[in-house]
Design a binder for this molecule. Structure first.
Ligand code: ADP
Ligand code: MG
Length: 301
């Protein structure tokens, strides 16, 4: 669905490419997570898909990026709007109108979609994203999660096959992030949308990914694979992956639930090595009824 052929990007006034050696295909209908340390080229890679790089950013793109067969260098972002929807970190930066319904209609107006089709698609999108109750609301009065859902909705009305999101949950609280991720999952599972998303709050998203692309360092070629496979070697990873790596688990856990299911044997292995405080607590628990307990508060008494 998204094909990168030997892609590199060099911005003006810089010597070294900011993105280099990208040669891979993001399969259709998958949620693909793009990860890597800050400044490694994640936004640049996403920009080559939406056409923002190099059309708006300047710089030189070598190689070729095609989305649903369309070359993003020879098509302007506007000419890609019906195949790629793009959403950034800050939904407010995205909005052009004042109310939810107007915002959903806006993208289609600029593409010249006929009014009756437009009305139908606005209704579909309001339902799909759980926004029907908010249709008349001024966007400024919505919560962060609701705003981000409107931003996603506003690029969905043109029925793009691909959705590109640059850190869509980074500015949100955990509850709002869940809302947005639930919507993205629904798009992938129910509509077969291909989602390519960069996110640095990995603990929120990695368990939902079908595939992970890792940019290990600036200008280094990406590594693509199954989430657990890539997380096992990634310099950026959520704490739960760090725990799994420390414990020598393979595959590494991707969620706290995964880790909990794997933890029983580890607990047994660690029991004899328990730190003194835990040891005392256990002895206190195991002491026969009536026997003097060694818990701290009794010693002090
Ligand atoms: P990430 O999203 O992983 O943090 P970026 O793609 O934003 O990384 O940036 C990669 C590199 O390209 C950085 O060194 C950044 O300074 C540089 N860069 C990004 N955008 C531009 C631009 N428009 N012009 C010049 N340099 C840029
Ligand atoms: Mg970025």
């Amino acid at each position: 669905m998204i094909r990168f052929e030997n892609v590199s990007v060099t911005y003006d006034d810089t010597e070294a490419p900011s993105l280099h050696g990208v040669d891979l295909t993001v399969p259709e209908g998958e949620l693909c997570l793009l990860v890597g340390p800050s400044g490694v080229g994640k936004s640049t890679l996403l920009g080559t898909v939406s056409g923002l790089v190099p059309h708006f950013t300047g710089g030189t793109l070598h190689g070729r990026v095609t989305v649903a067969g369309r070359d993003t260098r020879t098509h302007k972002p506007r000419e890609l709007a019906d195949v790629v929807g793009t959403v950034g970190q800050d939904p407010l930066a995205h909005f052009v109108t004042d109310t939810v319904e107007d915002e959903l209609a806006y993208g289609m107006e600029s593409l010249g979609v006929p009014p009756h089709t437009m009305r139908r698609r606005v209704e579909e999108t309001l339902d799909l994203l759980g926004l029907a109750g908010l249709r008349d609301r001024p966007i400024a009065t919505l919560s962060g999660g609701q705003q981000q859902r409107v931003a996603i909705g506003s690029v969905l009305t043109t029925h793009p096959a691909v959705l590109v999101l640059d850190e869509p949950t980074s500015a949100l609280d955990p509850g709002a992030a869940e809302e947005v991720l639930a919507v993205l999952q629904r798009l992938v599972h129910d509509l077969g949308t291909t989602v390519l998303m960069a996110e640095h709050r990995l603990e929120r998203v990695v368990q939902y990914a079908d595939r992970v692309i890792l940019l290990p360092g600036p200008g280094e070629a990406p590594v693509m694979g199954e989430p657990a496979e890539v997380m096992a070697v990634s310099p950026v990873h959520p704490p739960v992956v760090g725990l799994g790596r420390l414990a020598g688990w393979s595959p590494v856990p991707l969620s706290v639930r995964d880790a909990r299911r794997r933890a029983a044997p580890l607990r047994e292995r660690l029991a004899p090595l328990a730190p003194p405080a835990a040891q005392e607590a256990r002895e206190a628990r195991e002491a026969p009824e009536g026997a003097p307990r060694r818990a701290g508060f009794l010693r002090r008494a």
